[in-house]
Design a protein around this ligand. Structure first.
Ligand SMILES: NC(=O)c1ccc[n+]([C@@H]2O[C@H](COP(=O)([O-])OP(=O)(O)OC[C@H]3O[C@@H](n4cnc5c(N)ncnc54)[C@H](O)[C@@H]3O)[C@@H](O)[C@H]2O)c1
Length: 253
């Protein structure tokens, strides 16, 4: 149990799924959470759910691929909670399509959220952390497909590999500020979205060495560690949380 009292966290795409679970866990451990989602209703409901269980959470709905908006997220965290200690660029989208079917629009949509939004959230949050002068943590949400090719995901996988390189690269700018920057690469994870597919659990249970897909709690545990004081000397790293799948690489067919 890590104490996040007096820590302010910004997290994008957290109305549901992995992001919501991380936001909920951080609030439970004492953090003040600025919770973003593109879907205003989801964002408000998620923040309300966290408040009802005693957490300090404010919704900030909007598009995390929009540079002006992610800068505004940091400003809102400062006006609402007085500071920014942790920024988690969780929002990410998947659009399936191979090399020949991917349109420029799909390409731009994926890259703009997964890479541009994450980059500029990190920039804005790090600027605030620099002004505060007491360090902080930035976390990118990658994927196992940033490590291993997967049918139908050329652009998505490229963005996730890009985020992991970005974490390594930002070590140069952020280490002098005492700010850590890392990535988590989840494997198949049970969320409302992935549970839409009735084959998801049987397939991933069969091909995952540990015998099951991840639960959001598996990703939450890794995330809380990587944004906590317990990992202050870990930076530029990617933590794969996949039950061993990338060690073997069996495709989901
Ligand atoms: N679930 C998995 O199996 C899995 C595996 C590997 C990596 N990931 C990564 O983890 C992260 C979270 O995944 P998830 O499955 O929990 O997500 P999800 O798709 O279940 O939910 C993400 C949330 O992001 C919001 N969102 C979409 N576009 C947005 C935008 N432009 N701005 C702000 N919010 C936006 C959606 O409204 C949704 O509520 C993503 O980056 C994803 O790529 C997920």
């Amino acid at each position: 149990m890590i104490d996040f009292t007096n820590q302010t966290v910004i997290i994008t795409g957290a109305g549901t799924g992995i992001g919501f679970a991380i936001a909920q866990a951080l609030a439970k451990q004492g953090a003040s959470v600025l919770l973003n989602d593109f879907d205003e209703t989801l964002a408000q409901q998620a923040a309300e759910t966290i408040r009802q269980s005693g957490g300090n959470c404010v919704a900030c709905p909007g598009d995390a691929s929009d540079v002006a908006f992610v800068r505004q997220l940091v400003d809102t965290a400062v006006t609402t909670f007085g500071q920014v200690d942790v920024a988690i660029a969780n929002a990410g989208i998947t659009v399936f399509g191979d090399l020949f079917t991917t349109t420029p629009h799909a390409f731009e949509t994926i890259v703009n959220l997964n890479l541009r939004g994450s980059f500029f959230l990190a920039q804005a949050a790090a600027g605030q952390m620099r002004a505060q002068g007491r360090g902080g943590s930035i976390l990118f949400m990658s994927s196992v497909v940033g490590h291993l090719a997967h049918p139908g995901l050329p652009v998505y996988s490229m963005t996730k590999a890009g985020l992991e390189m970005l974490a390594r690269q930002l070590v140069i700018d952020l280490s002098p500020l005492g700010v850590t920057v890392n990535a988590i690469a989840p494997g198949a994870t049970l969320t409302e979205r992935t549970l839409d597919d009735p084959e998801y659990i049987p397939i991933w249970s069969r091909i995952t060495p540990m015998g099951r897909p991840a639960n959001v709690a598996d990703i939450v545990n890794a995330a809380l560690f990587l944004v906590s004081p317990a990992s202050r000397h870990i930076t530029g790293q990617s933590l794969i949380v996949d039950g061993g799948w990338t060690s073997v690489g069996v495709p989901p067919v």
